[in-house]
Design a protein around this ligand. Structure first.
Ligand SMILES: Cc1ncc(COP(=O)(O)O)c(C=O)c1O
Length: 486
């Protein structure tokens, strides 16, 4: 910094921290609506966006006014009734890590740009490799040649991680692809309910959506392992080669786990790249109680785990790990003389493994949360949220006018309510308009259900009981709900 800032950093930071503390306390106490959506034009005016851009001067009183306006129109992540999406409810240590990182603006791709941040990423990847049951990579990069050890990369989200894994799988199957383009006959196997990032990756990779063959599933969307051979026969009959088979841990709609051991054994037998999209449910690996859901994960070739869902860190923080580091090292072949070339250095460059060139520091916040809570702290949190979903399921199943299509395995619970009739979306809209609850919905086996994602450590079974009361109230005498959802 050349000149001293007009107001000291500490004073403005104190304004922000005070505002964030108030936001947190108001949210957790549930005294404000969880969700409030005024028109955009109103918000732009309230936050004085145009004037601030024109005139500047965001400090002191102005800063305080702006941050209060900003926070007042956010969906409140810490609110106990915020039970809609798989969004992390961050530990405060993640926010402090964000502050550090945004201040020092380090980089996660090249060792010389941030030795400390790259080291943290490397250690976190090793941590997850061990959790999966794979071999961590030596910390001394000189020793990191040859041998079979795992590797990974932190990515800006699960979509990029899934894309990276599929690119690595394709390079293994068809190494000439970077020069020659795709062979015409590549296929990916995945259940139809798989997160859309897999189909999108197929599109981005130039394979087309038609290359994604749907695996047979049960009513909950879970892969039927005894039907895998039929799927293989279908693909072979079409003259296709399989890039990868993708399974889920948990599924996007209902958070259920595919039978990883059986699928992994099948992939090993057939020589198929096995990718597990554990973006949602991977943190079960950290727990004693729910680790069994990830049984067989070590049979995979690659695994995606979003720590910005159940890891108490805000987006993005995805860990992509691979059983063999070299499969990721070989995934991309491009060169850049100003960045990567043969060189001796005391650390590691991640740039060979990433789609992006500049890569933000994604590991610091996860590391600082883990270091604050210890692994056991994070594991207890995950267990609590899974337990809460099981309790909510028992409770709803015991009511005459509520029911759940599947028993939950993680922290997601789908349900239907008599009060919603055939219009769950209309009921959700009314609930959100009231602002007392924020829930989501999803389609399972062709039918739309209301859906809870119990990420919030502040949510209790009492909140679910109150939600039931409110849904009944909204249903009673409300003719708007009689019209069917489209
Ligand atoms: C199972 C699954 N895979 C992948 C993704 C994509 O992750 P991201 O939103 O971080 O790109 C999601 C996101 O919701 C998901 O639930």
């Amino acid at each position: 910094m050349g000149r001293k800032p007009e107001r000291p950093f500490e004073e403005d930071a104190a304004i922000i921290i005070r505002a964030l503390n108030d936001f947190y306390e108001q949210s957790v106490s549930g005294e404000h609506p969880v969700i409030y959506q005024p028109p955009m034009s109103e918000l732009a005016a309230d936050m004085e966006l145009a004037a601030l851009v024109r005139e500047g001067g965001l400090t002191g009183e102005k800063l305080s006014r702006f941050i209060d306006q900003y926070l007042s129109a956010l969906t409140r992540i810490y609110h106990p009734a915020n039970i809609a999406h798989q969004q992390a409810v961050p530990h405060y240590m993640a926010a402090l890590a964000g502050l550090v990182d945004n201040f020092v603006s380090s980089d996660g791709s090249i060792y010389e740009l941030g030795p400390a941040s790259v080291t943290i990423e490397y250690v976190l990847i090793n941590w997850l490799l061990e959790k999966v049951g794979w071999t961590p990579a030596p910390l001394n990069p000189q020793q990191a040649t040859g041998g079979t050890y795992g590797g990974g990369i932190l990515t800006n989200g699960g979509s990029l991680a899934n894309l990276t894994a599929l690119i690595a799988a394709r390079t293994r199957l068809a190494p000439e692809v970077w020069r020659e383009g795709n062979p015409a006959n590549l296929a990916i196997l995945a259940p139809a309910g798989t997160h859309y990032s897999i189909a999108r990756a197929a599109g981005i990779m130039g394979l087309g959506h038609r290359s994604v063959y749907a695996l047979e599933v049960d009513d909950g969307g879970v892969i039927l392992p005894d039907r895998l051979r039929d799927a293989l026969a279908r693909v072979e009959a079409d003259g296709k080669q399989i890039v990868a088979l993708v399974a889920n841990a948990g599924t996007t709609a209902a958070g259920l786990y595919d039978p990883l051991r059986e699928i992994g054994a099948f992939c090993r037998e057939e020589g198929l790249w096995f990718h597990i999209d554990a973006a949602h449910g991977g943190p079960a690996l950290l727990t004693n109680k729910y680790r069994h859901l990830m049984d067989g994960a070590e049979l995979a070739d690659s695994l995606t785990m979003n720590m910005h869902k159940l890891g108490r860190v805000p987006a993005f923080c995805t860990v992509l790990v691979a059983r063999e580091a070299r499969s990721l090292d070989n995934a991309f072949t491009q060169e850049a003389s100003y960045l990567f070339y043969e060189k001796e250095q005391p650390g590691y460059d991640f740039i060979h493994r990433t789609i992006e060139c500049t890569k933000p520091v994604l590991g610091l916040k996860l590391f600082m949360v883990l270091a604050a809570t210890g692994e056991a702290g994070l594991a207890n949190y995950v267990e609590r949220q899974f337990d809460l979903a099981a309790q909510a399921y028992e409770y709803l199943q015991g009511l005459p006018d509520f029911s759940c299509p599947v028993e939950p395995q993680s922290n997601i619970l789908c349900f239907q309510a008599e009060a919603a009739g055939d219009a769950p979306l209309a009921l959700r809209d009314r609930l959100i308009a009231r602002g007392d609850y924020y829930i989501s919905s999803a389609v399972l086996n062709g039918q739309r259900y209301l859906r809870l994602t119990l990420n919030n450590p502040a949510t209790t079974l009492d909140d679910i009981r109150n939600l039931v009361r409110e849904i009944r109230e909204l249903g009673a005498g409300n003719s708007a709900l009689d019209c069917r959802d489209g």
